[in-house]
Design a protein. Structure first.
Length: 410
Protein backbone atom coordinates (compact mmCIF):
# COMPACT_ATOMS: atom_id res chain seq x y z
CA UNK A 1 0.00 0.00 0.00
CA UNK A 2 1.34 3.42 -0.93
CA UNK A 3 -0.90 5.25 1.41
CA UNK A 4 -3.35 4.46 4.17
CA UNK A 5 -6.96 4.65 3.19
CA UNK A 6 -8.75 7.36 5.15
CA UNK A 7 -11.93 7.74 3.11
CA UNK A 8 -14.88 7.09 5.44
CA UNK A 9 -12.69 4.89 7.64
CA UNK A 10 -12.37 4.82 11.44
CA UNK A 11 -8.77 6.04 11.12
CA UNK A 12 -9.75 9.52 9.96
CA UNK A 13 -9.16 11.01 13.40
CA UNK A 14 -6.22 8.76 14.29
CA UNK A 15 -2.61 8.25 13.27
CA UNK A 16 -1.31 6.41 10.23
CA UNK A 17 0.47 4.07 12.64
CA UNK A 18 -2.89 2.85 13.97
CA UNK A 19 -4.10 2.19 10.43
CA UNK A 20 -1.01 0.13 9.64
CA UNK A 21 -1.48 -1.69 12.94
CA UNK A 22 -4.96 -2.63 11.70
CA UNK A 23 -3.45 -4.03 8.48
CA UNK A 24 -1.10 -6.31 10.40
CA UNK A 25 -3.83 -7.16 12.91
CA UNK A 26 -6.25 -8.28 10.20
CA UNK A 27 -3.63 -10.36 8.41
CA UNK A 28 -2.32 -12.03 11.58
CA UNK A 29 -5.87 -12.77 12.70
CA UNK A 30 -6.48 -14.52 9.37
CA UNK A 31 -3.36 -16.66 9.93
CA UNK A 32 -4.96 -18.05 13.11
CA UNK A 33 -8.13 -19.29 11.39
CA UNK A 34 -6.87 -22.61 10.00
CA UNK A 35 -3.53 -23.65 11.52
CA UNK A 36 -4.85 -24.71 14.93
CA UNK A 37 -7.31 -27.06 13.23
CA UNK A 38 -5.25 -28.63 10.45
CA UNK A 39 -2.11 -29.16 12.56
CA UNK A 40 -3.69 -32.34 13.96
CA UNK A 41 -3.83 -34.04 10.53
CA UNK A 42 -0.06 -34.68 10.06
CA UNK A 43 0.17 -35.76 13.72
CA UNK A 44 -2.66 -38.28 13.56
CA UNK A 45 -0.61 -41.35 14.58
CA UNK A 46 1.00 -39.67 17.61
CA UNK A 47 -2.28 -38.12 18.80
CA UNK A 48 -4.27 -41.32 18.39
CA UNK A 49 -1.64 -43.24 20.33
CA UNK A 50 -1.40 -40.63 23.11
CA UNK A 51 -5.18 -40.46 23.59
CA UNK A 52 -5.95 -44.10 22.65
CA UNK A 53 -8.41 -42.97 19.98
CA UNK A 54 -10.11 -44.97 17.26
CA UNK A 55 -10.15 -43.61 13.73
CA UNK A 56 -13.78 -42.51 14.09
CA UNK A 57 -13.09 -40.76 17.42
CA UNK A 58 -10.21 -38.87 15.81
CA UNK A 59 -12.46 -38.03 12.87
CA UNK A 60 -14.75 -36.15 15.24
CA UNK A 61 -11.91 -33.70 15.87
CA UNK A 62 -12.06 -32.65 12.21
CA UNK A 63 -15.85 -32.76 11.78
CA UNK A 64 -16.88 -30.84 14.91
CA UNK A 65 -15.19 -27.54 13.93
CA UNK A 66 -17.13 -27.42 10.64
CA UNK A 67 -20.36 -27.95 12.57
CA UNK A 68 -19.32 -25.13 14.93
CA UNK A 69 -18.72 -22.92 11.90
CA UNK A 70 -22.27 -23.55 10.75
CA UNK A 71 -23.96 -23.02 14.13
CA UNK A 72 -21.97 -20.07 15.51
CA UNK A 73 -21.75 -18.07 12.27
CA UNK A 74 -25.48 -17.43 12.24
CA UNK A 75 -25.31 -16.01 15.80
CA UNK A 76 -22.60 -13.42 15.07
CA UNK A 77 -24.98 -10.61 13.96
CA UNK A 78 -26.76 -10.94 17.31
CA UNK A 79 -23.44 -10.64 19.16
CA UNK A 80 -22.54 -7.48 17.22
CA UNK A 81 -25.71 -5.81 18.45
CA UNK A 82 -24.25 -5.79 21.97
CA UNK A 83 -20.47 -5.69 21.52
CA UNK A 84 -18.06 -3.91 19.20
CA UNK A 85 -16.67 -6.12 16.44
CA UNK A 86 -13.14 -5.26 17.61
CA UNK A 87 -13.94 -6.45 21.14
CA UNK A 88 -15.33 -9.68 19.71
CA UNK A 89 -12.18 -10.25 17.64
CA UNK A 90 -9.96 -9.92 20.73
CA UNK A 91 -12.28 -12.27 22.64
CA UNK A 92 -12.22 -14.75 19.76
CA UNK A 93 -8.42 -14.78 19.62
CA UNK A 94 -8.23 -15.52 23.35
CA UNK A 95 -10.72 -18.39 22.98
CA UNK A 96 -8.71 -19.81 20.06
CA UNK A 97 -5.66 -19.92 22.32
CA UNK A 98 -7.63 -21.56 25.14
CA UNK A 99 -9.14 -24.11 22.77
CA UNK A 100 -5.73 -25.15 21.43
CA UNK A 101 -4.34 -25.49 24.97
CA UNK A 102 -7.24 -27.78 25.94
CA UNK A 103 -6.50 -29.95 22.88
CA UNK A 104 -3.10 -30.69 24.47
CA UNK A 105 -4.66 -32.34 27.53
CA UNK A 106 -4.48 -36.16 27.62
CA UNK A 107 -8.24 -36.56 28.01
CA UNK A 108 -10.58 -37.06 25.09
CA UNK A 109 -13.55 -35.16 26.67
CA UNK A 110 -11.26 -32.19 27.35
CA UNK A 111 -9.92 -32.35 23.78
CA UNK A 112 -13.51 -32.34 22.52
CA UNK A 113 -14.25 -29.26 24.65
CA UNK A 114 -11.15 -27.54 23.28
CA UNK A 115 -12.20 -28.43 19.75
CA UNK A 116 -15.67 -26.94 20.30
CA UNK A 117 -14.16 -23.72 21.69
CA UNK A 118 -11.64 -23.53 18.88
CA UNK A 119 -14.24 -24.09 16.17
CA UNK A 120 -16.64 -21.57 17.72
CA UNK A 121 -14.00 -18.85 18.03
CA UNK A 122 -12.80 -19.39 14.47
CA UNK A 123 -16.42 -19.16 13.26
CA UNK A 124 -16.74 -15.80 15.02
CA UNK A 125 -13.63 -14.42 13.31
CA UNK A 126 -14.56 -16.00 9.96
CA UNK A 127 -17.60 -13.71 9.88
CA UNK A 128 -16.09 -10.57 11.42
CA UNK A 129 -12.74 -10.22 9.62
CA UNK A 130 -14.15 -9.77 6.07
CA UNK A 131 -16.59 -7.19 7.47
CA UNK A 132 -13.81 -5.26 9.22
CA UNK A 133 -11.94 -5.17 5.93
CA UNK A 134 -14.92 -3.27 4.51
CA UNK A 135 -15.16 -0.98 7.55
CA UNK A 136 -11.45 -0.25 7.98
CA UNK A 137 -10.38 0.06 4.32
CA UNK A 138 -13.39 0.92 2.13
CA UNK A 139 -11.32 1.87 -0.95
CA UNK A 140 -8.74 -0.91 -0.49
CA UNK A 141 -11.26 -3.73 -0.13
CA UNK A 142 -9.95 -5.75 -3.06
CA UNK A 143 -6.32 -5.67 -1.97
CA UNK A 144 -7.10 -6.37 1.69
CA UNK A 145 -9.52 -9.20 0.85
CA UNK A 146 -6.85 -10.75 -1.36
CA UNK A 147 -4.20 -10.49 1.35
CA UNK A 148 -6.68 -11.91 3.87
CA UNK A 149 -7.29 -14.92 1.59
CA UNK A 150 -3.55 -15.48 1.20
CA UNK A 151 -3.04 -15.45 4.97
CA UNK A 152 -5.83 -18.01 5.37
CA UNK A 153 -3.97 -20.31 2.99
CA UNK A 154 -0.62 -19.50 4.58
CA UNK A 155 -1.92 -20.35 8.05
CA UNK A 156 -3.22 -23.69 6.83
CA UNK A 157 0.05 -24.37 5.02
CA UNK A 158 2.11 -23.58 8.11
CA UNK A 159 -0.02 -25.91 10.20
CA UNK A 160 0.39 -28.76 7.73
CA UNK A 161 4.00 -28.36 6.63
CA UNK A 162 5.69 -27.43 9.92
CA UNK A 163 4.02 -30.07 12.09
CA UNK A 164 6.21 -33.07 11.25
CA UNK A 165 9.56 -31.19 11.18
CA UNK A 166 8.80 -29.70 14.60
CA UNK A 167 7.71 -33.09 15.90
CA UNK A 168 11.00 -34.65 14.75
CA UNK A 169 13.09 -31.77 16.12
CA UNK A 170 11.47 -31.50 19.56
CA UNK A 171 10.39 -35.13 19.93
CA UNK A 172 6.78 -34.50 21.02
CA UNK A 173 3.57 -33.59 19.20
CA UNK A 174 2.72 -30.90 21.79
CA UNK A 175 5.30 -28.49 20.34
CA UNK A 176 3.86 -27.98 16.84
CA UNK A 177 0.38 -27.68 18.36
CA UNK A 178 1.49 -25.15 21.00
CA UNK A 179 2.53 -22.71 18.25
CA UNK A 180 -1.17 -22.20 17.52
CA UNK A 181 -1.89 -21.36 21.16
CA UNK A 182 0.87 -18.72 21.26
CA UNK A 183 0.21 -17.04 17.90
CA UNK A 184 -3.31 -15.81 18.88
CA UNK A 185 -1.85 -14.22 22.03
CA UNK A 186 0.74 -12.40 19.92
CA UNK A 187 -2.03 -11.27 17.59
CA UNK A 188 -4.00 -9.94 20.57
CA UNK A 189 -1.11 -7.59 21.41
CA UNK A 190 -1.63 -5.95 18.03
CA UNK A 191 -5.40 -5.75 18.44
CA UNK A 192 -5.41 -4.24 21.93
CA UNK A 193 -4.48 -0.71 20.72
CA UNK A 194 -7.29 -0.98 18.16
CA UNK A 195 -9.81 -1.13 21.00
CA UNK A 196 -9.64 2.68 21.08
CA UNK A 197 -11.63 2.56 17.82
CA UNK A 198 -14.67 1.14 19.58
CA UNK A 199 -16.22 4.62 19.52
CA UNK A 200 -16.03 4.73 15.72
CA UNK A 201 -16.69 1.01 15.16
CA UNK A 202 -19.85 0.77 17.21
CA UNK A 203 -22.13 -2.10 18.19
CA UNK A 204 -25.27 -2.32 16.11
CA UNK A 205 -27.85 -2.35 18.89
CA UNK A 206 -31.29 -2.13 17.36
CA UNK A 207 -30.19 -3.12 13.85
CA UNK A 208 -31.87 -6.28 12.62
CA UNK A 209 -31.18 -7.29 9.05
CA UNK A 210 -32.91 -10.29 7.49
CA UNK A 211 -31.62 -11.50 4.15
CA UNK A 212 -33.42 -14.83 3.87
CA UNK A 213 -35.88 -13.46 1.27
CA UNK A 214 -33.16 -12.03 -0.96
CA UNK A 215 -32.42 -14.04 -4.13
CA UNK A 216 -28.96 -12.45 -4.34
CA UNK A 217 -28.17 -13.37 -0.73
CA UNK A 218 -29.17 -16.96 -1.43
CA UNK A 219 -27.02 -17.00 -4.58
CA UNK A 220 -24.00 -15.78 -2.59
CA UNK A 221 -24.74 -18.32 0.14
CA UNK A 222 -25.03 -21.29 -2.22
CA UNK A 223 -21.93 -20.22 -4.16
CA UNK A 224 -20.03 -20.08 -0.87
CA UNK A 225 -21.49 -23.42 0.21
CA UNK A 226 -20.69 -25.30 -2.98
CA UNK A 227 -17.12 -23.99 -3.16
CA UNK A 228 -16.62 -25.07 0.47
CA UNK A 229 -18.06 -28.53 -0.28
CA UNK A 230 -15.75 -28.82 -3.30
CA UNK A 231 -12.62 -27.70 -1.45
CA UNK A 232 -12.97 -29.84 1.68
CA UNK A 233 -14.09 -32.90 -0.29
CA UNK A 234 -11.25 -32.81 -2.84
CA UNK A 235 -8.51 -31.93 -0.33
CA UNK A 236 -9.60 -34.78 1.94
CA UNK A 237 -9.63 -37.49 -0.73
CA UNK A 238 -7.22 -36.37 -3.46
CA UNK A 239 -4.27 -38.30 -1.93
CA UNK A 240 -6.34 -41.50 -1.93
CA UNK A 241 -7.55 -40.86 -5.49
CA UNK A 242 -3.97 -40.43 -6.69
CA UNK A 243 -2.65 -43.46 -4.77
CA UNK A 244 -5.38 -45.66 -6.24
CA UNK A 245 -4.43 -44.36 -9.70
CA UNK A 246 -0.84 -45.56 -9.25
CA UNK A 247 1.10 -42.76 -7.53
CA UNK A 248 3.11 -43.52 -4.40
CA UNK A 249 2.16 -41.77 -1.13
CA UNK A 250 4.98 -39.20 -1.38
CA UNK A 251 3.95 -38.21 -4.91
CA UNK A 252 0.31 -38.05 -3.85
CA UNK A 253 1.13 -35.81 -0.89
CA UNK A 254 3.28 -33.39 -2.88
CA UNK A 255 0.65 -33.24 -5.62
CA UNK A 256 -2.07 -32.41 -3.10
CA UNK A 257 0.14 -29.62 -1.72
CA UNK A 258 0.02 -28.03 -5.20
CA UNK A 259 -3.61 -27.09 -4.51
CA UNK A 260 -2.53 -24.61 -1.82
CA UNK A 261 0.46 -23.34 -3.79
CA UNK A 262 -1.49 -22.73 -7.01
CA UNK A 263 -4.29 -20.94 -5.14
CA UNK A 264 -2.10 -18.13 -3.78
CA UNK A 265 -2.05 -15.78 -6.81
CA UNK A 266 -5.80 -16.26 -7.27
CA UNK A 267 -6.35 -15.54 -3.56
CA UNK A 268 -4.66 -12.18 -4.11
CA UNK A 269 -5.76 -10.99 -7.54
CA UNK A 270 -9.39 -12.18 -7.79
CA UNK A 271 -10.62 -9.71 -5.09
CA UNK A 272 -8.57 -6.87 -6.61
CA UNK A 273 -10.10 -7.43 -10.04
CA UNK A 274 -13.57 -8.03 -8.57
CA UNK A 275 -13.73 -4.62 -6.88
CA UNK A 276 -12.79 -2.86 -10.13
CA UNK A 277 -15.43 -4.57 -12.26
CA UNK A 278 -19.01 -3.51 -12.94
CA UNK A 279 -19.97 -7.14 -12.39
CA UNK A 280 -17.88 -10.24 -11.70
CA UNK A 281 -19.41 -12.69 -14.17
CA UNK A 282 -16.22 -13.05 -16.23
CA UNK A 283 -14.43 -14.14 -13.03
CA UNK A 284 -17.17 -16.70 -12.33
CA UNK A 285 -16.66 -18.12 -15.84
CA UNK A 286 -12.87 -18.28 -15.42
CA UNK A 287 -13.05 -19.94 -12.01
CA UNK A 288 -15.60 -22.53 -13.20
CA UNK A 289 -13.50 -23.40 -16.26
CA UNK A 290 -10.39 -23.92 -14.11
CA UNK A 291 -12.15 -26.14 -11.58
CA UNK A 292 -14.04 -28.13 -14.19
CA UNK A 293 -10.88 -28.67 -16.25
CA UNK A 294 -8.94 -29.93 -13.22
CA UNK A 295 -11.72 -32.33 -12.21
CA UNK A 296 -12.13 -33.55 -15.79
CA UNK A 297 -8.42 -34.30 -16.07
CA UNK A 298 -8.46 -36.09 -12.73
CA UNK A 299 -11.47 -38.16 -13.85
CA UNK A 300 -10.11 -38.88 -17.35
CA UNK A 301 -6.40 -39.64 -16.68
CA UNK A 302 -5.26 -38.92 -13.10
CA UNK A 303 -1.80 -40.39 -13.64
CA UNK A 304 -1.14 -38.45 -16.89
CA UNK A 305 -0.54 -34.96 -15.43
CA UNK A 306 -1.47 -35.00 -11.72
CA UNK A 307 0.40 -31.77 -10.91
CA UNK A 308 -1.48 -29.94 -13.65
CA UNK A 309 -4.86 -31.26 -12.48
CA UNK A 310 -4.06 -30.28 -8.87
CA UNK A 311 -2.90 -26.80 -9.97
CA UNK A 312 -6.12 -26.23 -11.93
CA UNK A 313 -8.19 -27.43 -8.95
CA UNK A 314 -6.24 -25.11 -6.64
CA UNK A 315 -6.69 -22.11 -8.94
CA UNK A 316 -10.42 -22.72 -9.12
CA UNK A 317 -10.81 -23.36 -5.39
CA UNK A 318 -8.69 -20.36 -4.38
CA UNK A 319 -10.48 -18.09 -6.82
CA UNK A 320 -13.92 -19.24 -5.67
CA UNK A 321 -13.08 -18.65 -2.00
CA UNK A 322 -11.72 -15.16 -2.68
CA UNK A 323 -14.69 -14.26 -4.87
CA UNK A 324 -17.10 -15.50 -2.19
CA UNK A 325 -15.43 -13.25 0.39
CA UNK A 326 -15.58 -10.35 -2.08
CA UNK A 327 -19.33 -10.86 -2.54
CA UNK A 328 -19.87 -10.18 1.18
CA UNK A 329 -18.49 -6.68 0.58
CA UNK A 330 -19.65 -5.95 -2.98
CA UNK A 331 -23.27 -7.03 -2.62
CA UNK A 332 -23.93 -5.06 0.60
CA UNK A 333 -24.26 -1.38 1.41
CA UNK A 334 -22.86 -1.19 4.92
CA UNK A 335 -21.23 -3.19 7.70
CA UNK A 336 -24.54 -4.34 9.18
CA UNK A 337 -25.62 -5.94 5.92
CA UNK A 338 -22.13 -7.34 5.31
CA UNK A 339 -22.17 -9.02 8.73
CA UNK A 340 -25.60 -10.52 8.07
CA UNK A 341 -24.59 -11.83 4.63
CA UNK A 342 -21.26 -13.18 5.88
CA UNK A 343 -23.04 -14.99 8.73
CA UNK A 344 -25.74 -16.45 6.48
CA UNK A 345 -23.33 -17.60 3.77
CA UNK A 346 -20.72 -19.07 6.11
CA UNK A 347 -23.27 -20.79 8.35
CA UNK A 348 -24.95 -22.70 5.53
CA UNK A 349 -21.71 -22.92 3.55
CA UNK A 350 -19.80 -24.77 6.24
CA UNK A 351 -22.82 -26.96 6.95
CA UNK A 352 -22.56 -28.08 3.32
CA UNK A 353 -18.79 -28.39 3.64
CA UNK A 354 -19.13 -30.77 6.59
CA UNK A 355 -21.01 -33.22 4.35
CA UNK A 356 -18.48 -33.10 1.49
CA UNK A 357 -15.84 -35.63 2.61
CA UNK A 358 -18.50 -38.02 3.91
CA UNK A 359 -20.51 -37.85 0.67
CA UNK A 360 -17.49 -38.64 -1.50
CA UNK A 361 -16.44 -41.50 0.79
CA UNK A 362 -19.95 -42.97 0.66
CA UNK A 363 -20.03 -42.82 -3.14
CA UNK A 364 -16.62 -44.49 -3.28
CA UNK A 365 -17.74 -47.27 -0.93
CA UNK A 366 -20.89 -47.91 -2.98
CA UNK A 367 -19.25 -47.85 -6.41
CA UNK A 368 -15.81 -49.19 -5.50
CA UNK A 369 -14.03 -46.38 -7.37
CA UNK A 370 -13.69 -42.58 -7.41
CA UNK A 371 -15.15 -41.90 -10.85
CA UNK A 372 -18.72 -41.44 -9.60
CA UNK A 373 -17.58 -39.12 -6.81
CA UNK A 374 -15.62 -36.98 -9.29
CA UNK A 375 -18.64 -36.85 -11.61
CA UNK A 376 -20.68 -35.53 -8.68
CA UNK A 377 -18.15 -32.75 -8.12
CA UNK A 378 -18.27 -31.87 -11.83
CA UNK A 379 -22.07 -31.76 -11.71
CA UNK A 380 -21.97 -29.49 -8.64
CA UNK A 381 -19.59 -27.19 -10.51
CA UNK A 382 -22.44 -26.49 -12.94
CA UNK A 383 -24.70 -25.47 -10.06
CA UNK A 384 -21.89 -23.43 -8.50
CA UNK A 385 -21.47 -21.59 -11.81
CA UNK A 386 -25.21 -20.83 -11.96
CA UNK A 387 -25.33 -19.42 -8.43
CA UNK A 388 -22.10 -17.50 -9.04
CA UNK A 389 -23.57 -15.94 -12.19
CA UNK A 390 -26.53 -14.65 -10.15
CA UNK A 391 -24.32 -13.49 -7.25
CA UNK A 392 -21.99 -11.62 -9.62
CA UNK A 393 -24.73 -9.34 -11.00
CA UNK A 394 -24.08 -5.65 -10.31
CA UNK A 395 -26.77 -5.23 -7.64
CA UNK A 396 -26.75 -4.67 -3.91
CA UNK A 397 -28.88 -6.68 -1.52
CA UNK A 398 -31.95 -4.83 -0.33
CA UNK A 399 -33.00 -6.13 3.10
CA UNK A 400 -36.58 -5.88 4.27
CA UNK A 401 -37.02 -2.26 5.37
CA UNK A 402 -39.10 -3.34 8.35
CA UNK A 403 -36.19 -5.35 9.77
CA UNK A 404 -33.39 -2.88 9.06
CA UNK A 405 -33.78 -0.21 11.68
CA UNK A 406 -30.27 1.16 11.83
CA UNK A 407 -27.40 1.96 9.47
CA UNK A 408 -24.71 2.05 12.10
CA UNK A 409 -21.60 0.07 11.21
CA UNK A 410 -20.60 -2.94 13.31
Amino acid sequence: MNRVDRLHSPFEQHSRALAWLAVFGLLLAATNLRGGLVVFAPLVLEIREALSLSASAFGMLTTLPLICFAVISILVPLMTRFFSSITLVVFGLLIISLGVVLRLVASYPVVILGTLLLGSAIALLNVLIPVLVKVFFPSRMGLMTGLYSIMLSLGAGMGLYLAVPMLEYFGHWHYPVMVWALLPLLTCLIWLPLLKLRGEVKPVTGARVTLWKSATAWAVTLYMGLQSFYFYAIVTWLPNILIESGLNPLEAGSTTAMISLASIPFNLFIPIFATKMHNQRSLVVLISLLSFSGLTGLWWAPQLAPMLWAALIGMGAGGALSLSLSFFILRTGDGVQATALSAMAQSLGYLLAATGPVTLALMHDISGHWLTALMLLMLLQIFQFAFGWKAAAAVQIKPDINTHSSKRTP
